[in-house]
Design a protein around this ligand. Structure first.
Ligand SMILES: [Zn+2]
Length: 251
């Protein structure tokens, strides 16, 4: 169920019947010369939408812009501060909690959103609202390491595969040869991160090799991530509030 498509009487019934809400959280940031700025947003929304086909899950309108300061030198990148993302996530969860639904999953598509979303979840826990961060790439990490040579990449083979599966027209295959060959995020001196903006270490913007992308692998990854999110929601829906509050009981 998708909240934005409902009228308020329909939303009342949908919220009463839902057990968990899903909030996609993306980013609008450079993804090399071959992928669109909205890549993280497309991926997070696709996974959340796929999982939300169940009647007991409610899909919220996503937060499309995230914490992308590390890409700010590239044209078109939009960014909000970590505090702004944290506050928006808390406010949206509070709105829903005021209408009785107090379980929410942040379906996250971007690494730098993780910290602010975890902080939001901590804030909400103190108010009796149960929020959790689903980072799709963590949920299926063994699969990614098996299928791809660059699991820590940005706009490399994984994200390019996923975008080929979501909408191949969004992938500029004619610009893949402009992608760089950097295979590691960041520049280090004596173990100290000295280059922490993408512009410090990758001129075209990507890390990893998008030329190794494969649409079939992308489909398999999206399907596995949707299934994983569904299983997490089933787990969350099956816990009592006491179980979710009393930490020694977890999981
Ligand atoms: Zn990305």
């Amino acid at each position: 169920m998708e909240l934005a498509r409902l009228t308020w009487p329909e939303a009342r019934d949908a919220i009463r019947g839902a057990r968990v809400a899903l909030l996609p959280v993306g980013a609008i940031e450079q993804h090399g010369p071959h992928l669109p700025l909205g890549t993280d947003d497309y991926i997070a929304s696709h996974i959340a939408r796929g999982a939300a086909r169940r009647d007991d899950l409610l899909l919220l309108p996503g937060i499309r812009v995230g914490v992308s300061r590390e890409h700010r030198q590239f044209w078109g990148t939009l960014a909000v501060s970590p505090a702004a993302l944290r506050e928006q996530a808390v406010d949206l969860a509070r709105s829903l909690a005021s209408h009785t639904l107090r379980r929410i999953v942040f379906v996250n598509g971007h690494g730098s959103n993780c910290g602010p979303l975890e902080d939001a979840a901590r804030d909400l826990r103190e108010e009796g609202v149960f929020a959790f961060v689903f980072n799709w790439w963590h949920s299926i990490d063994p699969m990614l390491r098996e299928l791809f040579p660059d699991p820590t990449a940005h706009a490399g083979s994984i994200e390019t595969s996923l975008m080929l599966a979501i909408d191949p027209e969004l992938v500029r295959t004619n610009r893949l040869d402009e992608a760089g060959s950097v295979d590691r995020w960041g520049t280090y001196v004596e173990g100290v991160l000295v280059g922490f903006d993408a512009a410090d270490f990758t001129e075209p913007g990507n890390v990893g090799d998008p030329n190794l992308a494969d649409a079939e692998k992308g489909k398999a990854v999206l399907s596995a991530a949707c299934d994983s999110l569904g299983r997490f929601c089933t787990w969350l829906a099956g816990r009592t509030e006491d179980e979710l509050t009393a930490h020694p009981h977890l999981p």
